[in-house]
Ligand binder design. Sequence first.
Ligand code: PRX
Length: 585
Amino acid sequence: MEYQEIAKPSGPYKNVDPNLVDYAASRADFDWWRDAFAKMDWLPGGGLNNAYEAVDRHVDHGHGDKLAMIWVGKNGEEERYTYSDFKERSDRFGAVMKGLGIERGDRVFIFMDRLPELYFAAMGILKAGGVIAPLFSAFGPEPVKDRIEDAEGRFVITSPELKAKISGIFKDLPSVEKIIIVNKNGRSTEPLDDGDLDYDELMANASSDDFTIENTSQYDFSIMHYTSGSTGKPKGVLHRHQAVVQQWLTGHWALDLKFDDIYFCTADPGWVTGTSYGMMAPWTNGVTQIIYEGGFGANAWYDVIDKYKVTVWYTAPTAIRLLMRAGSKPVEEHSLETLRFIGSVGEPLNPEAVVWGNEHYKMPIHDNWWQTETGAIMCANYASMPVRPGSMGRPFPGITMAVIDDNYEPVALGEAGALAVRPGWPSMMYAYWKKDEMYNSRFKKGWYITGDQASLDEDGFFWFQGRADDVINTAGHLVGPFEVESALIEHPAVAEAGVIGKPDPIAMEVVKAFVTLTPDHEPTPQLQRELIRFSRDKLSAGVAPREIDFIDVMPKTRSGKIMRRLLKARELGLPEGDTSTLEDD
Ligand code: PRX
């Protein structure tokens, strides 16, 4: 299996307005990746498939007996799967999907808790040429519907409990042809809804023997994650199979993954960390991964680390702050002696957390930075260098990052500006699904504009300063204020809603809403509670506002846009800044 072709510069920029991108500059960076591309195992005929790289390749190289996954269920169950098991099950699911008529590029939504079947299905879909579209299992019906509708999902894979939570949405989703239900170990005793398909039955009737992996090219679409912006509904970020090159290499260099590692990633595959670093990076590096179905718990997580001898742990600042709050006792009651590397992503990692890690885990926590759009780690504190507490590290080899001003020119060292990256890295998003204009707007004068503010120090370390937009980062999850405002105004008592992120010592920010009421509705504590419940049911507990304030007048610009900046300034008691565009009452 020979490497045949590397990505052509025309590929990554297919959607980009050529006037906005400086091709010559970005091409040089892209060529750097040639060696990494050459190390992939290409399919006969020159194809590249993420699932082959993550699973089958190890079997073909004689490591089929190695453990790929140890699953720890929420009820104490444990299941172990070797790379051969993983190949067999994902081939079988690929055959199931082929049997159902999947075509290349079809979007398959996975709305599931962290069960082994989620991973078999994801790899099977990729092998069959489909695009995985994972959804966070805590979502309520509204976000699930919006995303499936936008992407015109053809298949949905879910569990009985999660299906029950959202069953009302399918009448409005004509694109969905089949729903596959995973009833893990018979946890549900309810019969399937009419027309739904049973995963176990489909798998039993399919054969992995005559399945052949689709010869996807590096340019074929592989995964689509939804991410929030400050305006409009969340947008689908589309990636291609070639992203795997960077996920593999960053797994190795930024997370220090080695073949014998036991790896624990606490992110859910509903978010990009849970796929890029909860599937692709670890398995392409051939490690044994612990999949823990349960949620956060200091003792529970430390138990996992001790019991399974975890060596590399990738988590998030909110979790680390919760662990700090849980204190030294749980740490002292565990050995944690196998741990040798801890990484963190998703929010700023406060320097105190790094210091705490040094004291309690006897090693620093390595912060790194990236986004759904970048598909893989872009800058990091590496195992090979001293950690600079509070910094997100230095760019990954082959990545050019800068802090630029309004004219897209680099600012002076130490000054804050827009964080930007030279386009052309392998895991760069290919598109916002059917939103080309928005996609193009992210590329200016040869830079990809990340939407973050940062500064750069004299040693090349980047420092996060904040977001340039209204997107809320709560516990490492991005929440678009528009999505929350849209849900709130569906309530008859709400006339207008404005949503902001309110600083929080643990979650970094929590969602806070300000609402004006329709006539005949009184601002009572009961209504406050009702609105919180209403938005929780629609969205999810993590996305719904934690606090709601009633206000008499919503501050808006003369063109009618809600001035969230002003709401935030008022909330924090800060100067209101430029209010010249504020609408007169
Ligand atoms: O604002 C930055 C923040 O999270 C955003 C990306 O979120 P998402 O696309 O959901 O991907 C999260 C997982 C990669 C960024 O634009 N962010 C991410 N990492 C860091 C961070 N903020 C500060 N420090 C980080 N290390």
